[in-house]
Design a protein around this ligand. Structure first.
Ligand SMILES: [Zn+2]
Length: 180
């Protein structure tokens, strides 16, 4: 495979994997709406609880004695929590599941947050009806930024090698040698 194609595929996988994972998980859990999510999670063995947390903490994901917990700040609005639940589920699926390929391992904190945001964004795009989507967006404006960044990164990963390829063809530079 040529190295630029490999670069494109690896980049796309890194960017799109959390979204693809969100689709698989949402189907496996049989979640049909955002409001249905906590119930579906409990059915699947998650403990979902609402507690007093500092204002800047929306919630967190933790495995306690082998059981995945999603702990939510009970002072937050329902619309806010609609985003927090799939975000924390994203941490469980992408970062806390010990049975997963260790190669995916633990990314840096910033990347982990971005991936959980992507996971949650896709859940919301798949599950929310129009009104819910608007409410969740109003409460969680960072959602749009995550979606836009993913799109830009996807475009970048596809376009940059293409531009390099065209540029080197136009300028008659030797192209990268295909790896065996
Ligand atoms: Zn997080």
């Amino acid at each position: 495979m040529s190295s630029s194609l490999e670069f494109i595929l690896e980049g796309l996988e890194m960017i799109l994997a959390p979204g693809a994972e969100a689709m698989t998980v949402q189907q496996a859990l049989g979640v049909r709406s955002l409001a249905d999510m906590p119930t579906a999670l409990k059915r699947a063995g998650y403990e979902v609880c609402y507690v007093d947390l500092p204002d800047k903490v929306s919630g967190f994901a933790q495995v306690i004695e082998g059981q995945p917990h999603i702990v939510l700040n009970r002072a937050k609005s329902a619309e806010h929590t609609h985003f927090t639940v799939p975000h924390e589920l994203g941490h469980h699926v992408l970062h806390l599941d010990a049975s997963r390929d260790p190669q995916l391992g633990l990314p840096s904190e910033g990347l982990a947050e971005f991936q959980a945001h992507q996971f949650a964004t896709l859940c919301i795009l798949l599950l929310a009806n129009e009104r819910e989507r608007e409410d969740v967006l109003n409460e969680n404006p960072e959602l749009l930024l995550v979606a836009a960044t993913s799109l830009l990164m996807t475009a970048g990963v596809i376009l940059i090698p293409l531009i390099v390829h065209l540029w080197s063809s136009l300028c008659g530079l030797p192209r990268p040698v295909a790896e065996k």
